[in-house]
Design a protein around this ligand. Structure first.
Ligand code: CA
Length: 449
């Protein structure tokens, strides 16, 4: 009798232990971070774009909060991603340039001293996946599977050709990678990323999951399909059409992912971030950053202020805008706070949990100030309230009032000397905690005219 009872309780215990964690009321949200590559500030419908149809991203914006002062920490690819995944300004640990595609290079990549977000979330019971462009180092020790992601499918370099067989440089033609194994690209890369992300979302439930979906679109090479081109045939300029077709492809892929969230009943309790890794490269493509000044590579607003949406139907307001500055650094702190309220203790983290701000629980500003630095200080910027400092090594600094002058046309450095000094001091203080860049960006081949 005793043995039977023991067996019963043992079996019951084993059964209960095997149940998915959500059965027990684990209502922690899934976290989906969608990053576009080189997307212009004004190249989406909800950002005022008139010529490129982006219904799915517009729908995502409507389902949540559009941050009109949403920033990334760098005006180009890899450093932005380094901060996004660590919650720390990338200058703190020397990741201030793009790593070259050198699989033997143990230095050029996200330093192993850093703990990426998926590593933390894994310890909290989250499933962790990454689909898309990696660009955080080519050496095997930098592979996403070794940086906290249980699952990875994507392109490990800084970009990729969009269809098998198209032209691209060495880095852009390496095989696609699935958990360390190479494989050919099986379709239009943006569409494939949407499908792969959807599959991940289906198979990872009911455990709460974290998925980092990093499109390489609409980064060069500007490659699309006849079908996508057809949908933007109303655009006269061929260059603009080439870009628009890629953005439409990305919007479709986002649509597929959102529809998978809906069909699997996960939309309400999934926190979705969407932003671009930097501003549109207006000297390379026909991206539009209006009304912002300059674009990719610059610390003027056009390089660092990006389309930025946070959607979580269960907890955040819908069709709302938030005007105080937020930054991609906040993804880390927000995600960790939601995974375990007791566990955001590190003073090393630069971002904040955005939920109390976006939900209206507090009216404070999430950040007193934000800072940027490129090339070890070749250019730099600081924002405090509506005031923005822009500097270039060896030249007099500039000062702008973004509230009245979002396009940074009216330099007030001469008339606002005291304010300029305060911002310069704030920047210097921030900069004392930074280190020199650990590696340099690869030299760009000369552009053929
Ligand atoms: Ca980029």
């Amino acid at each position: 009798m005793f043995r039977t009872k023991y067996l019963f309780w043992s079996l019951l215990f084993a059964f209960v232990a095997s149940l998915p964690v959500n059965i027990f009321g684990d209502d922690r949200p899934n976290i989906l971070v969608i990053v576009a590559d080189d997307l212009g500030y004004a190249d989406l419908g909800f950002q005022g774009c008139k010529d490129i149809p982006t219904p799915h991203l517009d729908g995502l914006a409507k389902s949540g909060v559009t941050c009109t002062n949403g920033y990334v920490t760098h005006p180009f690819c890899s450093p932005t991603r380094a901060a996004l995944l660590t919650g720390r300004y990338q200058q703190r640990f020397g990741h201030e340039n793009n790593p070259a595609w050198l699989p033997e290079d143990r230095v050029a990549g996200l330093p192993l001293s850093e703990t990426p977000l998926p590593s933390v979330l894994r310890t909290k019971g989250y499933a962790t996946g990454c689909v898309g462009k990696w660009h955080l180092g080519a050496h095997p020790s930098f592979h996403p599977n070794r940086r906290g992601f249980e699952y990875y499918y994507g392109a490990l370099g800084g970009g990729h050709i969009y269809l098998e067989g198209l032209k691209g440089n060495n880095e852009y033609t390496i095989p696609m990678n699935r958990n360390g194994e190479g494989e050919p690209l099986k379709g239009y890369i943006t569409t494939v990323f949407g499908q792969e992300a959807s599959e991940y979302i289906k198979k990872s439930q009911p455990k709460p999951w974290f998925l980092y979906l990093a499109f390489n679109a609409p980064h060069t090479p500007l490659q699309s399909t006849p079908e996508l081109q057809q949908r933007v045939s109303h655009i006269e300029s061929k260059e603009r059409r080439d870009l628009a077709a890629m953005i439409v492809g990305m919007d479709d892929a986002v649509g597929e992912v959102l529809s998978t969230l809906d069909s699997t009943g996960q939309r309400e309790n999934t926190l979705v971030f969407f932003f671009s890794d930097n501003g549109g490269p207006i000297s390379v493509t026909k991206a539009n950053n209006t009304p912002l000044r300059n674009g990719k590579g610059s610390v003027y607003e056009g390089g660092i202020r990006v389309p930025f949406v946070v959607s979580w139907p269960k907890k955040l307001p819908k069709d709302a805008t938030f005007e105080k500055p937020v930054v991609s650094l906040d993804v880390f702190a927000t995600s960790v706070s939601l995974s375990d309220e007791s566990n955001l203790s590190s003073e090393k983290i630069d971002g904040v949990n955005l939920i109390p701000y976006l939900s209206g629980q507090t009216k404070e500003s999430p950040h007193d100030s934000l800072f940027w630095r490129t090339g070890g200080g070749a250019t730099f910027a600081a924002r405090k309230g509506n005031w923005k400092l822009v500097g270039k090594r060896g030249e007099p600094a500039e000062l702008y009032d973004l509230e009245k002058d979002i396009s940074e046309q009216n330099n007030l450095a001469a008339s606002e000397g005291e304010r300029l000094k305060q911002l310069e001091q704030a920047y210097e203080e921030w900069n004392t905690k930074n280190v020199a860049p650990l590696f340099e960006s690869p030299k760009q081949p000369r552009k053929k005219k």
